[in-house]
Design a protein around this ligand. Sequence first.
Ligand SMILES: [Zn+2]
Length: 494
Amino acid sequence: MNLLKSMQLKLIFIIIICLFVPSQLVSQDSEVDSLVAGMLKQTPLKEDLRQLCDEIGGRPTGSKANLEAVEWALKKFKQAEVNAKKEKFIMPKFWLERSAEAFISGDVSFSVDAASMPFSTSTPKTGLKAPLIDLGRGTEEDFTSAGDKAKDAFVFIETGELLDVEGLFREYEEAGKIEKRAFAAGAAGVVYMSSRPKGILYRHNASLGPDNKHPMLVIERGQAQRIHRLLKAGKKLFLTAKIDIQSGEEYESFNVIGEIPGTEKPDEFVVIGAHLDSWELGTGAIDNGCNVVMMIDIARQMKRLNIKPKRTIRFILWNGEEQGMMGSWQYTRTHAHELDRHIMACSIDIGCGRILGFFTNGREELLEPVNRALKPVQGLGPFQQLNVPIVGTDNYDFIMNGIGNLVANQAPVDYGPNYHAESDNFDKIDFNRLKLNSAITAALTYAFANMEVTWKRQTRAETQNLIDSTDLKRQMEMFGLYESWLDGTRGRIK
Ligand SMILES: [Zn+2]
């Protein structure tokens, strides 16, 4: 709150000073300052998030709530008099959980709270019963020592408590390997101990995504620890899983695109985006409702202040992000003819912790422009840019298409423990922080829409070089994306 106040005062001071300087000398500076001040003022940001999370709720792609969210976002842009449209794309596979139940029987019987992993298969209506086998942490050695016991069994995987974003990445990376081993060993399904405390359940994508062919569950941590102790004590247990999934083939979804046209270079584009879809155990406030309403708020303030960027700014609310970054991928295909004129694409998707700087994703030539772009908001820093590639959100297909791209690097407060969880709700959002982040993001977007461009779109060979010279390949494999780059399904072909 104090930070917000002092920033407002400083900006008022700047604006007052600017009034005494000939306007042609300061037009750009005063424009960005008034934008930043506009972002820090009272805006409908908080009310917008309340509506999105509490009234529409969790909104997985394919759900009725997701379609409602699309119409809601369109309405919000239009109310702000920002040109907006919904742009259709095809989702390859339909997946929604109707219900998931699990029961333990054998030497000890009790029921447990469980959630299915996205792209888990259904079980028969009466349930699938199989022995529950302790597979430790699911390492190579664990599977070797289990021998053929994993065959036709539910393999139970112990997890450590998730504390931070690094832990989250580790979970993703390990899950990919564990699932490979489990299905090579002929397991009936995979059962994870919830890595979150306090009874919290969540959804992690099955590592094979829509190609997964097995039931996969997460069991509440306290109950899972009980199971683990029983198995360790040599008790014989069975798990009956009853998973009811509504699944289907391809269907239509929509990105929502708000646009402020450029005055000098209307056919050059700066993309700033956050994803509209979420999982539905919670209501998707941290991931990623808070940044969706931020996008709407920046567009709203730009319009209200009559800000005229030189390039066209596209505020894009992506869909299908949680199911493989589908909306942003399809955008790069639909807009293939315009990609040479995409100057920069930025994703905000690490919750509402303080923006510490931006990932420049292996594009060293972006470091200086980002530093420059953040000058007007340096009082909200310090900022430090990290020139490492980040995979896992909607910048991905922009990396693969050679387009300059950024991801906000944010303090991980609350992000990891609430990730995709039933605890991801409105009450987790620090609105003072979100306001400051919106000012930072607005300044960055404005700067990129106006600055001289000193970098170029990369060729496929240059992107390959980026893959070879960083740990991009490891991350692509972790998300099951490397094949689609190799076979030219995703990314630039030449
Ligand atoms: Zn997200």
